[in-house]
Structure formats: C-alpha cells, structure tokens
Design a protein around this ligand. Sequence first.
Ligand code: ATP
Ligand code: MG
Length: 749
Amino acid sequence: MNKSKDFLHLIVENDLKLGKYKEVVTRFPPEPNGFPHIGHAKSIYINFGIARDFNGRCNLRMDDTDPTKEDTVYVEALKDAVKWLGFSWDKKVYYTSDYFPKLYEYAKKLIKMDKAYVDSLNEDEIKEYRGTVTSAGKRSKYADRSIEENLELFERMRRGEFKDGEHILRAKIDMSASNMKMRDPLLYRIRHAYHFRTKDEWCIYPMYDFAHPLSDYLEGVTHSICTLEFENNRELYDWILDTLELEPPRPYQYEFARLDMNYTVMSKRKLLELVEKKVVNGWDDPRMPTVAGLKRRGYTPEAVLNFCEQIGVAKANSVVDVSQLEFCIRDDLNKKAPRVMCVLDPLKVTIINYEGSEEIEASYYPKDVAKEGSRKVPFSKTIYIEKDDFEENPPKGYYRLTPSQPVRLKHAYIISCEEVIKDKNGNIIEIKARYYPESKSGQDKSGIKVKSAIQWVSQKEAKKIEVRVYDRLFLSEFPKGIEDINPNSLKIIKNAFVEPAVINDKEYKRFQFERKGYFYKDPVDYSEENPVFNKIVGLKDSWSKKNKKTPKQLIPKKEIKKRQVDGEVTPMSEDEKKLFEHFKNDLKLNTEIANTLARDKQLSKLFEEVLSMINAPISIANIIANEVARELKVSKALNFGAKEIAQLVQMLEDETISNKISKQVFEEMIKTQKSPKEIVKEKDLVQISDPVKLEPIIDKIIAKFPENVAKYKEGNKKLFGFFVGQVLKAANGKANPKVVNDLIKQKLG
Ligand code: ATP
Ligand code: MG
C-alpha cells in the first residue's frame, strides 16, 4: 500500500540490503495514560506500515513506567485503535513493566561498571547543578560514592527504605556535555505508588531514557522510530546500549515530524482535561481527535490511513490543515455511501392534484460511482421538504421553489407552488403545490424547466430521527485549550425525517443525505426505535469559505509530497516560528509564502523594510517570496533596494500595472537598473482598464471564435476562462483582468 519511499523506508531498505538485520522489527510504544489521537494514528501507520512493507513485525508495547497516570482502559483503547486501523501485533501485547526485573539488573550492571551512581541531591539542587545551555554543570558530591555504597543504596531504594525523591539513580557521563541530556541523566526514581500491572511490587521506576532503549533491545527491535522531540535523546539512547556492551545487533533510533493539526489540540493531557471537565462527552465524543472519537463520528479506517499516507513522513515539523482530514473522509464516502433523502428542518407540502401513493425505484448511487444498489422511495400527497428550499421573496440566484419558480423533487416529479399557508404570526407552515404527472424523473415529457432538484420525504412513511450535527471543537486555528472552545460544536436536531430505507436497509451504516453531508448511525445510541445519526462531515469545506475571502484550494497530494521532501527541510528555530506565525496570522500571508519568508533572514528583512514604506503585505510578500527569492538564488544580491520594490508594489496596488506585467517589470529592473516607473513609461506597460479601449479587443475575439461562443451560450460555462485568456493575450498582458471579466460576462450573457 505504501508505495512512496519516505526517508524511513529508505533507511530500512538499505539496512536490509547491507544485511544489518535479518528481519525488521519496529514497535509502537504508547504510554497508556490516555486515548490515542490522530497523531498516534500516524505513528501506528508508520511503525506497523514499515513492518508490513518489509515483512517484518511490529510490537505494540505499553510504555507503562509512570504508575500514577496509567490504566487498563487506556490499554484497551490503544489495542482498539491499532485493530481498527487494520493492523495486528505480533503474538502478544508487550509491557515495559514486564522488563522491570531485567532493567533493574542492567542498572546494577552500570553501577558495577562505575557508570551510574546514587545521588541524594534534592530536585532543586539537581536542576541547579545541571547548568545551562551556555554554561557547564557541576557534578554532585555524591558522585564519588564507591561502587559498593551505590549498590547497597540502590538495593535499599528498591526495598522501599526511602521516601520519594530522597535518592535517585543517575548515569555517570559528563556534566559539561553540550547535549544537556547527557549531563548525568536520571535513570531510576523512587515512587511509592500502585502500578496497574505490577501492583505494589516496585517502588522504584525506570525513566523513559533508560527503559526505552533496553525494552527495544530486549524485544529485538531494529528501528526505533519516534518523534522529533527525542532527537537529543538519541545520544543517550546510544550511550545506554553501547555502555552496557550488549550482544549485537542493537536497535537505532530515528525521528520524524509529529503530526500537528490546526483547530485541534493534540496532547493527551489537554484531551484529558476536556474529558474531565465534561466539555465533551468522553474520550469517544465524535468531536474529539481521538481514534475512538473519529470512529464514533463515522470516519472509516481507510480515510484515516489515506490521510496518514497523504501527509507523508517528514523530518520537519509543520501544521497540517484539518480540512485535509475532512477531505479524506469526504473522498472515501463519496464513493461508498449510498445517497438518500433526509429533511432536517421540515416544511409540509400538500400536493393538491395527487391522490393515492406510489413507490419510486431510485438508485443509491449516481452514474459516475461504479456501485449498484437501489431502494424504493414512497411518494404521496403529503411530503416534507427542507424549510429553506422554499423562499417567498427569493434573492437573486435562488434556484429552488418560489411562488413563481417550480422545482424538481429529486427522483420524482416537478412541483410548483399554488398557495403559501401561514400561521397567525406570519410563519410559513405549509405549501399547497401542484405536481406535473408528465414530469417524472427519467421520463420527463413535461417540457417544464427547473433550476434544481431538492430532497423530500413522504410524510406517512418517513421516519423521525435525531441528528447530531458536529462542528469543529475549537474556534481558533491554534487553540490553547478549553478557552478556545466553539460553543456551537454540537447542535442536536430532534425532528428530522428520513425516507424509510435508511432505517430498514440494515446493510448500510453511513449515508450521504443529499445536499446535506455524510451521516452515520451512532454506534452507541442508535436503535430502530430511537435512531440517532452523527454528522460526519459536510459535502463541502464550509470553514475555508467562512474564514477566507476566496475558498481555499486543497493542497494537492503531489504538492504535499514535494514540500515534505525527506530531510531537506530543517525545523524552524523559535524566532523563525514566531515570525512565521506573525506573517500567517497577523498579515494573512499564505502558509507557503510565510514559510519562505520566515526561514530567510534576508528576505524577511527586506519584506519588513518595504512594508514600512507601503502597507500592502500580500503584494509585497508575493514579489519577495517569488521574484526576489529566485533572483537571489542566482545572483546572491539585488541591484536595487526596498524603495524600488515599494514603487513596484505601489503600481500594482493602484492598478497601474497588472500582476502579470509586474513580473516583466521586475525582470527589466534587474537588467536595466531603471526604476519601475521609468520602465512602465518607456515600455508603455500601463494596464488598460478603460472599457472603451478593451471592448474592441473583446469583440474581435468573440468574432474570431463563433463556435465557442455558441457552445458557451448552450451552457458550457467552462469556456469563460478561454475567452478571458484570449483577450488578455491579445492585449499583451496589459488588460485589467477584472474589467475584462465583467465585459465578457456582459457580452456573452
Ligand atoms: P501526547 O504528547 O499527545 O500526550 P505522547 O507523545 O506523550 O503524546 P506517547 O504515548 O508517548 O504519547 O506516544 C506513543 C507514540 O506515538 C510515540 O512514539 C510518539 O512519538 C507517537 N506520537 C505521539 N504524538 C504524536 C503525533 N502528534 N504525531 C506523531 N506521532 C506521535
Ligand atoms: Mg509522551
């Protein structure tokens, strides 16, 4: 399945080629202190995926070294998540706690090698002695304890003779190491706590950095894959395994970028808080980014795996747009889910000239979906339609039912409005309509033109359902936690109606409710008597429209791959990250451009300089991130400065020149060292916005392509772009595209 070769696949492949290992062994090592989230799904996908791709094995290992936070419910949730994603572990579930006796022996071996000692400094002192990134630390006086004394103290620690924090076991490495992790790191601590598996057997617990490499080694792991935060731990990982002089082969650690997603919190601690404070209804609340939440909401494993595949494996952290996850489920269900009719907000329609009843055979899938299946939809005199599919005073461009505009009932007949019935407050409560017997869908001989088809259900046979409409849990793009909660993330509709097949056809669990989105029979609360549906996702990305002026294009797969080229991108520094956030959030630059500028001091400085002269961040950024960046790559320096760029931007902003021409001007600036103004004047590049000048050009084009004009008028609206392009070309790129657009619209109708 995983055909693309990310850097991890390449490493494994190479190791096998060199004969370094006979078999690839990976592991997924979660701490059972919370439900796994979509980030863990990525890790599962990577670890189990690699094992599968190379015919190796992957262990599911519970990293249970912190007794105070761990629990079996989390173990079960982790097992569920792995299984749901379609993976299986080798033989049994492993636990770090199973190795406690062995780890204890390894610790004693280190002491005997004079590579570890019992320290008795308190927590604050340990911190102080560690030093800083710029200054060396100093070693505790207890480091001089003899091997015998250390052994005895360590054994007494294990027997429970001391209180929490009284002593600690540390590796003896180097208190002035530039890598802070190597400054005599802690190996074991005292913790008098009940462990969910080993009960009260232990009161000392190994630290992650000690337990992890050794657990990997004991399980015969070959590639220990973790997230980037552990990059600095790698040296210690190696030190532990090498110092103990273990029999080869030994595992090596590799790091990849963790998944981070906007509008989402991705830490078990924060998710736990949402659960504990009852902001959500438990770990499997369909708004949660947990695997259990996604599963309950109606996501398919295929969609989640596809998402993992799309985002790829990179060595640089980045934020993934949550709409990409939503895209994946929409994409999956578009092909799979039967399409049925549901009315969420019913308005009664009485068809005055219809008597009796009939059943209409209707396909579950449109023609372009290669799937078969159909159901019978009852039709009768009284139906429900969606309240907002009728407008008494329709705005322009309203294509559904109005007093003067008929509409098609999907799969059935065309109806027109005869009378609008209102209650005493003036609310519309019923429509009296007329249907056209000749207009039946698929055999329409009525000749009536309609502009759209709407969903409906027959009142008598329709089933009442509850619909839980979920929206994003957080309002802010980078939520900190509870304070950013979207108060409207759950809306419960109690009075929706579906056609009977949705309840009766038990084969299906997920549906597309026509024009409304994808819905799922809630796996916990659904029953035939009390049908409950979860909204999985809408048909379109409504958020990008709400929040951005132009709807956002989904980042195509290929582009994502290109961006996350293995290891080519280095992580941003703190300063760069801050700058990036500022560009993106305050100045509204797009992610790609913000990224380019933030990572390059020369570019970002120039950007700020120009910005101080003219307030047009987006135009400036576009020029600097594209034109300037390209030029600097070739010639290392510009022969003009911020002032000239500001002048160019100014001409763009006041529409003296078009976007296209600005690039030409830029090229000239480099070649001639003339100012943009001069160039535009000399070359006569001023944009043409005057309709009087543009009209003749447009007329010429229209006369030149009569066939396309005819096709366009017959409804092939895609040709609009063709005409715009032709006109712009004929005007040597100088025509104002906006004006050209308007004029063509006027002329072609
Ligand atoms: P969190 O910080 O969300 O609580 P964690 O890192 O503490 O998660 P662990 O149980 O230690 O969770 O993680 C198990 C495995 O999953 C580790 O290998 C870890 O690197 C990986 N992992 C955790 N979060 C992510 C993520 N956001 N993206 C990718 N992998 C992740
Ligand atoms: Mg962790």
